[in-house]
Design a protein around this ligand. Sequence first.
Ligand SMILES: NC(=O)c1ccc[n+]([C@@H]2O[C@H](COP(=O)([O-])OP(=O)(O)OC[C@H]3O[C@@H](n4cnc5c(N)ncnc54)[C@H](OP(=O)(O)O)[C@@H]3O)[C@@H](O)[C@H]2O)c1
Length: 256
Amino acid sequence: MARIIDRTVLIVGASSGIGAEVARRLAPGGNRLVLTARRAPELAAVAQEVRAAGSDCLDIAADALDPQAAADVVAAAVTEYGSVDVALLNAGQGPDMSMDQVSVADVSRIMALNYDVVVNYLVPLIARMGSQRDGGLIAHTNSLAGLMGLPRQGPYSAAKSAARTLVDSARVELAPRGIRFTSIHPGFVATDRISGDGLPKPFQISQEQAARHVVRALEREPAQAYFPWPTAALVRTLRALPTPLSSAVLRRLAGG
Ligand SMILES: NC(=O)c1ccc[n+]([C@@H]2O[C@H](COP(=O)([O-])OP(=O)(O)OC[C@H]3O[C@@H](n4cnc5c(N)ncnc54)[C@H](OP(=O)(O)O)[C@@H]3O)[C@@H](O)[C@H]2O)c1
């Protein structure tokens, strides 16, 4: 069982994949979970599992692209449970996209789906946690793809990279007020959403394994968490190589 017990935890993007699995792992801890995503039936099904496993749960269907809807979710969590102790900003997606085929609108859409959804929760959460005696933890599900521009993942890599930078600034500024920030960088995770996208997925892990890593990061609160180690080591090595060499390796890995 996770060591997070008797806490109010907001998970944005909890209707499927990693977010839903994290909710299931936190459920036996007698927590108060606030789950949100757009698909109400899927979200309600996860909430039902959480309640059955021993945590209180509020499920709210809301689009994280809407700043007012995000602020309303944070307000509803506080009204229901009095605080938000931990927030996992997990909404995001990264479809296969080659740079010679994307439109300008595609790039903007991926930026919104991976960056705006973070900003829309970050701002009201900082306002709320700043007034809480113990501050709070804001974690973001970033990606190892946010550490470098991967082929066929350009708009996604760029959006995740921007989110990491924003979170890094917030961490430095807000430490004195007790607000902590963790960026979590998974490698490939076998969730339904990406199973048919045609991208090669070296060292892919299951969503259960990914959720274990995420919960450990929520417990230990490192500034950055990277997993699984083979993919993290590969990315670190590629970043250390001269650009012509790393580009050649990346082209090969992407099947180009
Ligand atoms: N799978 C991987 O290989 C992998 C690797 C590295 C990082 N990640 C990151 O991990 C996170 C979770 O992804 P996943 O693989 O678990 O995929 P997923 O099953 O598609 O989970 C994404 C979650 O975010 C929600 N979401 C998406 N857009 C939203 C919006 N506008 N408003 C509210 N909720 C929204 C989705 O629910 P609704 O559709 O119901 O709104 C869903 O609950 C993402 O940030 C992704 O970038 C994934």
